[in-house]
Design a binder for this molecule. Structure first.
Ligand code: GRF
Length: 201
């Protein structure tokens, strides 16, 4: 199954996915990595792994729908089946989401529905929760509101800074995201309303 990863930044989740493809944990192929930031390290990681890396400049497509159309064209040309958001800092338009309905995943650094949107780790720390974590979910038209595929808790320590907590959450993300992707590829995810049931046997 051909997949596209959309990433705006450091790309450690992209790297975990690429590693899982290489070691057989994911039986698909990352065909293209797309970024809205020219200097995103994710693009470099893609190039280093021999994956097509594309920067699509938001300034050349000022309207959101024009930008999303440019990405959709790339995805269709490459017959992409699954779109993976890995630190992609833009909200997709409703028509993009419709075209890839239940075929777009995202990972978020909190236990949704708590602390959606920007700075999920910072929000959790500021609120004072004792347990946070990460969530892999399907993308719908809302902000981090789609059906939850997998979640895992990460304890918050009194000494935690945003950096130290995010680092522990990242470690879990790198395990959780490839697992969710492989469940999808194996056809083991079933949606019942907004519940996503995973047949892990
Ligand atoms: C991750 O924490 C993810 O949950 C959030 O953005 C961060 C991306 O990190 N959506 P990286 O670029 O994959 O290292």
């Amino acid at each position: 199954m051909d997949m596209a990863v959309l990433a705006s930044g450091y790309g450690s989740n992209l790297q975990a996915i690429v590693n899982a493809v290489q070691n057989g944990g994911i039986s698909g192929r990352v065909a293209v990595v797309i970024s809205d930031r020219k200097g995103a390290y994710a693009l470099q990681r893609a190039r280093d792994s021999g994956i097509e890396a594309l920067f699509i400049d938001p300034r050349e497509h000022e309207r959101r729908d024009a930008y999303d159309k440019a990405i959709l064209e790339i995805l269709h040309n490459r017959r992409i089946h699954l779109v993976i958001l890995a630190g992609f800092m833009r909200l997709l338009t409703a028509s993009f989401v419709q075209e890839f309905k239940s075929r777009i995943m995202n990972i978020h650094p909190s236990l949704l529905p708590a602390f959606p949107g920007l700075d999920g780790v910072k929000q959790a720390l500021a609120y004072g929760v004792k347990v946070s974590g990460c969530t892999v979910h399907f993308v719908d038209e809302g902000l981090d509101t789609g059906p939850i595929i997998l979640q895992e808790a990460v304890p918050v320590c009194d000494k935690d800074t945003e950096e130290s907590l995010h680092a522990r959450i990242h470690k879990v993300e790198h395990r959780l995201y490839p697992r969710a992707i492989q469940l999808f590829i194996e056809g083991k995810l079933h949606l019942e309303g907004r519940r996503c049931l995973a047949d892990e046997n």
